[in-house]
Design a protein around this ligand. Structure first.
Ligand SMILES: [Zn+2]
Length: 143
């Protein structure tokens, strides 16, 4: 089950974490936002749409713990925090946000097994699993 969180505190945290890791993110070529194009987001509506898209993915249906998904226009596309928290950037198309949530959920699942690997190796492993999960999910095309 997924619980969505959003608001000023989530936004401040996203900005601060990004600023603290800016050097590392720039070195890795990871994209992030420190400003927002839009002033207001209809986040409740967004959460409803995300739930609808995510509910058709069996992998997500099978997760038997509750996960917190923080929605913010700031920071990197996605990040995760063990054991059950994800933060996703909402300045992106809906399908991209859905894929990022899935990507971070796979990170949460695999982190214990792959944490000794390099950043790029971990990303490769996670992306491969995401691609496999999305195979056959018609509403979210897999690249
Ligand atoms: Zn990743």
């Amino acid at each position: 089950m997924i619980c969505y969180r959003f608001g000023v505190l989530v936004n401040i945290k996203a900005v601060l974490l990004t600023l603290l890791q800016k050097k590392k993110l720039d070195k890795l070529g990871v994209l992030y936002f420190l400003s927002s194009k839009k002033r207001n987001y209809d986040i409740k509506n967004l959460a409803t749409h995300l739930d609808k898209r995510l509910s058709v993915i069996k992998y997500i249906e099978d997760i038997n713990k509750s996960c917190i998904v923080e929605l913010t226009p700031y920071g990197v596309y996605g990040r995760f925090a063990i054991p059950n928290k994800i933060t996703v950037n909402i300045q992106r198309p809906l399908n991209e946000i859905v894929k990022t949530i899935l990507h971070e959920l796979v990170h949460l699942e695999l982190e214990g097994k792959i944490k000794s690997f390099s950043f790029f190796q971990r990303e490769k492993i996670v992306d491969k699993k995401v691609k496999k999960i999305l195979k056959g999910v018609k509403s979210i095309e897999s690249k």
